[in-house]
Design a binder for this molecule. Structure first.
Ligand code: ADP
Ligand code: MG
Length: 258
């Protein structure tokens, strides 16, 4: 079966201090249907740049080459209008710190319904019902009582659950989660990982899971790609990576893993 996402020879550089700095060099990987692929590497290794490249979210100053094929369609050179459609309907993102993605001045009901109106044309009672369903889906208990809450009134874990609910709103085929648990306590992190694993099983999504902590992916990922200095230095099934890491850098990450 053809992969959902196929990234081939991706190269991204930024103009900085009058020089071209390469952030991602020759990165190639695939995410199969229903598969969870983890992109793991230390801070600055190029994980976020790789993820953002797939849906045209890099700043205009970036120079990008290579190919990004989503469901057979080349997105690397797609016009912004098409990329917006893909982001609205097919590929969803969640980021490390939900506080920066949630509007602090809007209640949960308002932010989720706005996103539903924008992407799905749902309004009024239908939108409200869908919001409750989504919040329930991500494990927010008694969601009706939380509709009027502002982001700062929620715990970090609850905020991340809300972000996941918003990411699920358009029924994405691919969810890209960029360090979604990095800002959370260990116990909350485990709950969010469990939620993602469960959603992935039930919603038949594919998942690209990004983290600096190799330990986190042990249970959730089918395959791991290890990134260092903008390159993928090792890739393999998760069990293999943990049992017999080949690259010295992978061994180093493993030693540092939680
Ligand atoms: P990671 O997500 O693995 O921590 P990033 O993908 O964010 O790393 O960054 C990879 C490299 O690209 C870093 O050296 C970073 O400084 C650089 N970089 C990322 N975004 C930009 C940008 N908008 N402008 C200039 N350099 C950037
Ligand atoms: Mg990052």
């Amino acid at each position: 079966m053809s992969p959902v996402l196929k990234v081939d020879n991706l190269q991204v550089s930024f103009q900085q201090d009058g020089r071209q700095q390469v952030a991602v060099r020759g990165v190639s990987f695939e995410v199969g249907r229903g598969e969870t692929v983890a992109l793991v590497g230390e801070s600055g290794s190029g994980k976020s740049v790789t993820a953002l490249s797939t849906v045209g979210l890099l700043p205009g100053a970036a120079t990008v080459s290579g190919s990004v094929i989503y469901e057979g369609e080349e997105l690397a050179k797609a016009p912004e209008k098409r990329l917006r459609q893909v982001r609205g309907n097919d590929i969803s993102f969640i980021f490390q710190e939900p506080m920066t993605s949630l509007n602090p001045l809007h209640t949960l009901e308002k932010q989720i319904t706005e996103s539903l109106a924008l992407h799905q044309g749902l309004t009024g009672a239908a939108a409200r019902a869908r919001v409750l369903e989504l919040l329930e889906r991500v494990g927010i208990r008694d969601p009706e009582s939380r509709l009027g809450a502002y982001p700062h009134q929620l715990s970090g874990g609850q905020r991340q659950r809300v972000m996941i609910a918003m990411a699920l709103a358009n029924g994405p085929d691919l969810l890209i989660a960029d360090e979604p648990t990095t800002a959370l306590d260990v116990t909350i992190e485990a709950q969010i990982l469990e939620l993602l694993a469960e959603l992935k099983r039930e919603e038949t999504m594919s998942l690209l899971f990004i983290t600096h902590d190799l330990g986190v992916v042990r249970r959730i990922a089918d395959r791991v790609c290890v990134m260092k200095d903008g390159e993928i230095v090792e890739t393999g099934p998760t069990a293999e990576i943990f049992r017999a890491p080949q690259h010295p850098y992978t061994r180093k990450l493993l030693a540092a893993a939680t």
